[in-house]
Design a protein around this ligand. Structure first.
Ligand SMILES: Cc1ncc(COP(=O)(O)O)c(C=O)c1O
Length: 486
């Protein structure tokens, strides 16, 4: 629903002939365009680009940028897909021309610094995972999942072992079953037990010689660490299956426990949740994967290798590789930020990141849990999932109303209605970088919202140009292109 006046699009503000470009006269003799470019390459009509003065364009984009909720301006306790604060130092370092201005087709000898950095990042990610080899190619967590499952599929094929199923807990992120399906497997759901952990009896009953991989998120999406992981790994390995870790929640265990030591065979990282990268969301982020030694031959090629003479190269001579999943070396800009983050924290810093992420989540949970009961009680890890079920029953205020009302109080809305196993779920992940004052302010607002008029909350947010779009329509029939006259 549109409430405030919509700022006009640049196309709508366009006036013929308006511009601020002050260019010297061309000293190249005028030649008809098709004498320079063969006709076949010329569009029959010039694209209808808007014509505007520079000041109009600057104001347009500056105003648009202020409409955005962003981690640099607002507390962003999203939950699950949280992007934590990215220190500006990492942005600056990743933007150094020595890194940012390199061309991927340059000779390897002129890319040594960049390749060294990527090689060292591979080593650091392997060390943090407690695994042996890393591919930096995947462009997002979801693509990391798919890549790792393709690696697993290639491994089983190489052994002549035709396994068809991937087991996935019902609390998993939706990308897990999607990746299993795309990699050619059948996704089999494993129930959660009353504690919110993997239901071991259900796991045992569905584990078979058809099981290729169990995809486990630990800590899981209800914010709990599943201590059964060792038993799960053992049972799985006895049947020849592999244990995959959806490493999206590594922020809670960095430097404290290594996935490989818990029996994990392959995993992905989400640098936007852990190592200060921008969020990929299936796109321009990064989702590096780490695997055990026997899976390394199947990793995407090339990987960055160090030669005996100390120089770095792209090693594409990997006959069992699943091939490329991303052009060139992956999204290096995001990977550089992850490198800077890990190097600037150091081993002790990473551990303290995890400790503070868990402390902040528990502190915030304590401040609100009498009003917003936590569906699976107990100490949480990096995030907690509260339920607005009783508030909805008693006051008619639903999780969505609360999330939207928070926007009017200048907070980014938390994730709601996920995971699906929690009714009226409100998933909150504060991350380690928020101060005690911010957490307390957020808790005060969360508590006060339930006393607001439910009818007013149903229309929240009231302070944004658009209050509640029709979400189904926006997803199913998005209008992505400006049409003249619309
Ligand atoms: C648990 C979990 N798995 C997978 C993903 C998918 O990652 P991405 O959004 O980078 O594709 C996310 C999102 O951050 C997540 O929270």
């Amino acid at each position: 629903m549109y409430k405030l006046d919509q700022p006009p699009l640049l196309f709508e503000s366009s006036r013929p002939g308006r511009s601020t470009a002050i260019l010297p006269d061309s000293d190249v003799p005028d030649r008809p365009l098709d004498a320079i470019l063969p006709g076949a390459h010329l569009a029959s009509n010039a694209p209808p680009l808007p014509e505007l003065a520079e000041l109009d364009v600057v104001r347009h984009y500056t105003n648009l940028s202020t409409l955005n909720m962003a981690i640099d301006a607002n507390f962003y306790p999203l939950g699950s897909c949280t992007m934590k604060y990215n220190p500006k130092r990492n942005e600056r370092l990743a933007g150094l021309p020595g890194f940012a201005s390199q061309h991927p087709y340059q000779e390897e000898s002129t890319l040594q610094g960049l390749l060294q950095l990527l090689f060292e990042l591979q080593e650091m990610l392997a060390e943090i995972a407690g695994l042996h080899a890393v591919s930096l190619q995947p462009a997002a967590g979801a693509q990391g999942e798919l890549t790792a499952l393709l690696v697993a599929a290639a491994y089983f094929k190489d052994r002549g072992d035709r396994r068809t199923q991937i087991l996935i807990p019902d609390s998993a992120h939706g990308t897990n079953p999607a990746s299993a399906h795309l990699a050619g497997f059948e996704a089999v759901t494993i129930k959660s037990d009353a504690r919110g952990l993997v239901d071991l009896a259900d796991f045992r009953s569905k584990l078979s010689d058809e099981t290729a991989v169990f995809m486990m998120t630990n800590p899981n999406t209800v914010g709990l660490f599943d201590p059964q992981i060792g038993t799960i790994a053992q049972l799985l390995h006895e049947r020849g299956g592999l244990l995959y870790l959806d490493g999206a929640n590594m922020n809670a265990i960095l430097g404290i426990v290594r996935p490989g030591d818990m029996g994990v065979d392959l995993m992905h990282y989400n640098p936007h949740k852990t190592f200060s990268g921008p969020h990929g969301g299936g796109g321009p982020g990064a989702g590096p994967i780490a695997v055990r030694d026997f899976l390394a031959p199947f990793l995407p090629a090339p990987i960055v290798a160090r030669s005996d003479d100390g120089t770095y190269r792209l090693d594409a001579d990997r006959p069992k590789s699943i091939g490329r999943v991303r052009s060139f070396f992956g999204n290096t800009g995001v990977l550089f930020r992850a490198y800077c983050y890990i190097r600037s924290q150091g081993p002790d810093g990473l551990k303290s990141v995890a400790e503070h992420a868990v402390l902040n989540a528990n502190y915030l949970m304590q401040l609100v849990k009498d009003l917003y009961p936590v569906h699976y009680p107990g100490r949480c890890m990096h995030e907690f999932v509260a339920s607005a079920r009783s508030i909805a029953r008693e006051k008619g205020i639903r999780a969505m109303d609360i999330a939207k009302a928070l926007i009017d109080h200048n907070f980014h809305a938390p994730t709601v209605y996920f995971p699906l196993i929690v009714p009226e779920a409100i998933m909150i992940e504060p991350t380690e970088t928020e101060s005690r004052e911010t957490l307390e302010q957020f808790a005060r607002v969360l508590r006060s919202i339930v006393d607001e008029n439910p009818a007013t909350l149903h229309d929240a947010p009231h302070t944004t140009p658009i209050s509640r779009p029709d979400e189904v329509k926006a997803t199913k029939t998005p209008v992505l292109k400006w049409q003249p006259g619309n």
